[in-house]
Unconditional design. Structure first.
Length: 361
């Protein structure tokens, strides 16, 4: 038995309790968690914005140590340090094999529909986003673990598995920020701070952070932001006023997932600029554009899944940046808590209190 935070039903409070975790089967790995980040996507799963069979153990941003492997696993062994990959690509579907876009793999989340453990009463438990990181230990597919290079603190490495990969990829793969360009980052939570760090790494000349909470100005500037705007109905106008000539940012990255912030990001982008949407919004969130403005502004609007990253390729790159001091996942963390406080971390997300809460085991 291991301790885990169980979501018994959609929108129900998390229950920290004991669960029965099996030994790894063929092609599976058992991992003892060192830490797990509390991401807004977990909240989206808990409240039904994203589909998730229940009861479930949520948590998808984690790192830990391999404690056991099943048959047919020969490339990781007990004692290895690993980062969990919540979207493990299959390598054979249309997106993986033909298009080389593993972040769109059609089988990446197939494990979410199969129970991986049992409650104390014997009911099947589903793994949130295939990973189930809000637990002392988890069992995942071999494809869902990424070896962690030496020189990166294991607890902070949890953030490499989602926030840092997403933020880095949004800047380098989706928005393709070039040296000297201006970047507006809408939403300064964990992913937003990662975007700011990545934009600084890319050589952005100006980084404008935008958030509803004025207290986020300090961590935004520490991450590399040159300016800070308190979000309001005049957000786009305020961002444009800070840019050279008042034309708007070359790139805007939306990290919230709300219709109004997507629209504000679009409106804060210059003509011919690029708007990337990272935030996950609900299906009832509608963003509208007129046909004339699409023509007139000639902006590019892109969605961004998992930073458009190939984790197997990009994680070693991120780890090298961390070792060299160019990226700092620990700077994203605003609170470090034990597992029993994860419900309070969800409440903080609902209240808009940003940064990353890290559950440490």
């Amino acid at each position: 038995m291991v301790r885990a935070a169980v979501l018994p039903a959609v929108s129900a409070p998390l229950d920290v309790t004991s669960i029965a975790l099996p030994e790894p089967g063929p092609g599976q790995v058992r991992v003892r968690l060192a830490a797990a980040g509390v991401c807004r996507s977990d909240l989206s799963l808990a409240d039904g914005t994203l589909r998730q069979p229940v009861p479930a153990v949520l948590g998808h941003e984690g790192a830990g140590t391999v404690v056991a492997v099943g048959e047919e696993v020969g490339d990781v062994a007990p004692g290895d340090r690993v980062v969990l990959n919540w979207a493990p690509s299959c390598g054979t579907c249309h997106y993986c094999a033909r298009l080389s876009e593993p972040w769109l793999c059609t089988r990446a989340n197939e494990a979410t529909t199969t129970p991986y453990a049992r409650t104390r009463s014997g009911d099947g438990l589903y793994p949130g986003l295939s990973v189930a990181a809000f637990a002392e230990e988890t069992v995942v597919s071999r494809r869902a673990v990424l070896p962690l290079p030496d020189g990166v603190p294991l607890a902070d490495a949890a953030l490499l598995g989602c926030a840092m990969l997403t933020g880095y990829g949004a800047v380098h793969h989706s928005a393709r920020v070039r040296p000297g360009e201006s970047v507006a980052v809408h939403g300064v939570g964990g992913v937003g701070l990662a975007v700011i760090q990545a934009a600084r790494l890319a050589g952005a000349g100006q980084i404008i952070a935008v958030d509803v909470a004025p207290e986020k100005a300090e961590p935004a500037r520490a991450a590399g932001a040159t300016d800070f705007v308190v979000a309001s109905e005049k957000t786009a106008k305020a961002v444009r006023a800070l840019t050279e000539g008042g034309f708007g940012a070359d790139v805007a990255v939306e990290c919230v997932g709300r219709a109004e912030t997507v629209r504000a990001a679009w409106d804060s982008t210059r003509r011919g600029g690029r708007t990337t949407v990272v935030g996950i919004g609900g299906k009832d969130q509608r963003v509208t554009f007129s046909a004339l403005e699409i023509f007139h502004f000639a902006r590019e609007l892109r969605g961004c899944v998992y930073g458009n990253c190939d984790p197997a390729r990009d994680l070693p790159v991120l780890a090298e940046h961390v070792r060299a001091g160019r990226l700092d996942p620990g700077a994203l963390v605003t609170r470090r808590i034990p597992l029993q406080e994860v419900g309070a971390a969800f409440d903080a997300l609902r209240a808009g209190r940003g940064g990353r809460t890290l559950v440490e085991f």
